[in-house]
Design a protein around this ligand. Structure first.
Ligand code: TXA
Ligand code: MG
Length: 344
């Protein structure tokens, strides 16, 4: 399959390219699109064949449901059984933005889209290109992250080109994603409601609307292989470079001491750490500033992709704060490390 690259610099001047992408989507084709979190691999959410093609292109297990992207809260109505009051309060506060809400689905949502579950995940993205494409396509768009299954989520069109050239009909290049980690996924189908995947809309922010919301056990714990995950995506090893990845809770001095015992290991670290790590003769790959957790989210997946450029056998990752958006960063790193964590 030939993959078209459509670079969008301006919504009006590049309107023809937007129409071209929207037409492909209406025809049941696959188009990688930018969102404010990560790039998504979009297709018509109401077309079972289009949804099935997404799984095929990503090499994704077919029991892992897709997020359905809509343009406004009322577009949720035909896709779900009922819209509780709290749905509108969450929508008002956090949409458009990096939050996904799970509700009981209606018959309109094909089982191929919902991974065989009786629920559907909904999101209104904030990225102007994503919103424009949903409107122009005129259908809700199913879109998982636009990476090959298992590899880090794509935060630039270059990442999508690397993973999906020849596998999708088009890639829309809208520049770098601002947030850098995927949306917060929460379910309103449990009592109390639960966060299944942390993101930029944090636990603290959600508690202002839903005081009783909790983190699902699978967010930070390793589920047994045969356990039933609340969110199927959480049971898979994910985001993983080829190198062995180990998380290290420690200050920089102890971290450097540890590195000295492993001369051929690299480090995934904070900008503040680089001088000390390179002085000890190790490769330092930066994933943001220790003092700025948002920058860590923004850079994380690009940094994980870079690990393999250095052909390292193993990499130690220095971890510090796990609050706020730091919960999202830690959740992704745990999966990249297959839950290997040490504390010094
Ligand atoms: O920011 C994002 O959410 C990006 C952009 C493209 O919107 N999308 C994304 O999709 O990250 P994906 O498919 O890579 O991750 C969706 C996660 C998976 O872990 C999946 O198992 C979970 O959400 N999920 C989707 N529908 C669900 C449902 N009905 N019940 C439980 N978990 C669900
Ligand atoms: Mg994904």
């Amino acid at each position: 399959m030939k993959t078209q690259l459509l670079k969008i610099n301006h919504l009006v001047q590049d309107g023809q390219k937007l129409d071209q992408a929207a037409k492909l989507l209406r025809e049941g084709k696959l188009v990688a699109i930018p969102t404010e979190t990560v790039y998504g691999l979009a297709a018509n959410a109401l077309d079972p064949d289009a949804a099935a093609a997404i799984y095929q292109a990503k090499g994704r297990p077919s029991d892992n449901p897709l997020i359905v992207h809509i343009a406004q809260p009322k577009d949720a109505q035909p896709l779900v059984q009922a819209l509780p009051d709290v749905f509108f309060r969450l929508a008002q506060r956090f949409w458009p933005g990096p939050m996904t809400i799970i509700l009981k689905k209606s018959a309109q949502v094909p089982s191929a889209t919902s991974g065989g579950l009786d629920t559907v995940a909904l999101r209104i993205p904030a990225h102007p290109i994503a919103r424009e494409l949903i409107l122009r396509a005129g259908v809700p768009l199913a879109a998982p992250s636009a990476n090959l299954s298992g590899s880090p989520s794509p935060t630039s069109a270059t990442h999508c080109v690397h993973d999906l050239t020849g596998r999708v009909d088009a890639i829309v290049d809208g520049g770098e994603c601002e947030v850098g980690v995927e949306s917060t996924v929460l379910t309103l189908c449990t009592n109390p409601p639960k966060i299944l995947r942390p993101g930029a809309v944090t636990l603290e922010m959600l508690r202002e609307v839903l005081p009783d919301i909790e983190l699902d056990a699978g967010v930070f714990e390793h589920l047994a292989d045969d356990a039933k995950a609340a969110s199927p995506g959480m049971k898979y090893k994910h985001y993983a470079p080829k190198a062995r990845v180990v998380l290290v809770h420690s200050g920089i001095s102890k971290f450097v001491q540890l590195l000295k015992e492993y001369p051929d290991a690299g480090a995934l670290c904070f900008e503040e750490d680089v001088a000390q790590i390179t002085q000890s003769g190790h490769t330092a790959i930066v994933y943001g500033k220790e003092s700025d957790p948002k920058s860590q989210a923004h850079m994380l997946f690009g940094a994980l992709r870079r690990v393999d450029d250095f052909a390292l056998a193993q990499v130690f990752v220095r971890i510090s704060d796990e609050n706020g958006i730091g919960q999202a960063v830690y959740n992704r790193l745990l999966r990249a490390a297959g839950f290997e964590v040490i504390r010094l």
